[in-house]
Design a protein. Structure first.
Ligand code: ATP
Ligand code: MG
Length: 414
């Protein structure tokens, strides 16, 4: 038997139905918030991602040399491609420019539940604004998107990288040596972070104060105890979120996000039901355009893990968008077979999902099949009824049968 590559998945018709439905909800939500969809290639020059995330990212990518000797990578994320696209072609669009995307990403990771080598991200970027309300706008889209999916058990944690950075600099760190420390803090590897801070000569008092900041987690009121520009910024952001009706957002000054280009607000969303791989969304404000040869443009964005959102919904017993076949049309004789085809074609034209017997089965077997595929109604096309210009409609749920005029059938089924 041929096998799929490790970390990839096939999707059954039921799974695709749920996925397409959820994808549709996400798109609609983004459009309701005034974001417009873009698409970029599945593969890019490897350099695009190393510029953004550093050379180590190559270990986590499907990167290869093509037949022309070019260094190519399957995209591990969509922010860098979006910024490349913006710098090349979209700088003349009115700002703020509000973009969203949906597509697959590839990462050479160790596969486990909620972690795949091919997975899907739904994300958005707001370009050209850098203030509490533009950040809140992006968080609101992420929150409303997840909310729209029907998931109830999730939290939004919002921090500000500036607070930790300032404290690190005050203790003697520099932008260069702060970066590995922040990466350890992102992974909650506190002892390793302590060791790194010790190595650059920070006092143990300063070290513990940095650690203490990462433990500020809870209601936005906790910001009252913090001083400085960054916490004032967050206070204003939380007040906009309240006006937007986003109630389940917390402060978490331990949200770091491992990468250097995050400049201010950072946020994550978790679905606790997922266990270790619980993060369903990550985002923040950043500036990347100058890396790709453009002017500096501040942006805020996020990426939702589409597959993990679906897993979380499953854990809550929710399957999005189960659609049922409305009508299954069954002829009772060869002559009626041709009648059945015209009926099914008319139903489809009227926007009613309809199917017809293609196996020349008996009525009994057809009823069983209709039940097995979850049809709502069976339309029986029989000689006697046809002579009166009618068909029999059987409700598979209740077992009730009614005679319906063939002309009125689409209306009756609607
Ligand atoms: P993690 O720490 O879980 O690896 P990350 O920080 O690498 O996440 P991002 O790069 O911010 O994640 O991607 C955004 C979202 O995409 C994540 O919150 C997660 O839901 C999802 N995601 C990331 N990697 C994978 C993967 N290998 N398989 C499935 N979903 C993923
Ligand atoms: Mg990762």
């Amino acid at each position: 038997m041929s096998q799929r590559p490790r970390g990839t998945r096939d999707f059954t018709p039921d799974e695709m139905e749920a996925r397409r439905y959820l994808e549709g909800l996400f798109r609609t939500e983004a459009e309701l918030h005034g974001f417009k969809e873009i698409a970029t290639p599945i593969f890019e020059y490897t350099e695009l991602f190393t510029l953004k995330s550093g050379p180590n990212i190559v270990d986590e990518m499907y990167a290869f040399e093509d037949k022309g000797g070019r260094q190519i990578a399957l995209r591990p994320e969509l922010t860098a491609p979006t910024m490349r696209f913006f710098v090349n072609d979209l700088t003349n669009y009115p700002r703020p420019l509000k973009l969203f995307y949906f597509g697959q990403c590839f990462r050479y990771e160790r596969p486990q539940s909620g972690r795949y080598r091919e997975f899907f991200q739904f994300g958005a970027e707001l370009l050209g604004a850098a203030n509490p309300e533009s950040d809140a706008e992006v968080i609101a889209l992420a929150a409303d998107t997840i909310g729209r999916s029907g998931l109830t058990n999730y939290v939004i944690r919002i921090g500000h990288i500036g607070i930790l950075r300032e404290r690190l600099y005050k203790g003697g760190a520099t932008p260069a040596n702060a970066s590995p420390i922040l990466q350890k803090l992102d992974k909650k590897l506190f002892d390793e972070a302590r060791a790194l801070m010790g190595q650059i000569g920070m006092s143990s008092g300063d070290v513990e104060e940095v650690i203490r900041i990462t433990e500020v987690v809870g209601s936005p009121e906790l910001l009252e105890e913090q001083q400085g520009e960054a916490s004032d910024y967050l206070k204003e952001l939380f007040s906009v979120l309240t006006e937007y009706g986003i109630a389940n957002a917390q402060v978490d000054l331990g949200v770091v996000r491992g990468l250097d280009y995050y400049t201010g607000m950072v946020f994550e969303m978790d679905a606790p039901s997922l266990g270790a791989e619980k993060q369903i969304c990550g985002g923040g404000s950043y500036s990347l355009t100058e890396l790709f040869g453009g002017d500096k443009v501040f942006s805020t964005g996020f990426a939702i893990g589409f597959d993990r959102t679906l897993l979380a919904l499953e854990r809550e017993g929710l399957t999005p968008g189960k659609r049922r076949l409305q009508a299954y049309v069954v002829p009772t004789s060869d002559r009626m077979r041709h009648k059945a085809f015209t009926i099914v074609a008319r139903l489809r034209k009227e926007g009613i999902s309809a199917d017809v017997d293609l196996m020349r089965r008996s009525i009994g077997k057809n009823l069983k099949y209709a039940d097995a595929v979850g049809a709502r109604y069976v339309v029986i096309v029989g000689e006697k009824e046809d002579a009166q210009g009618s068909v029999t409609v059987r409700n598979l749920g209740s077992g009730d049968q009614t005679l319906v005029s063939t002309r009125e059938l689409p209306k009756a089924l609607k």
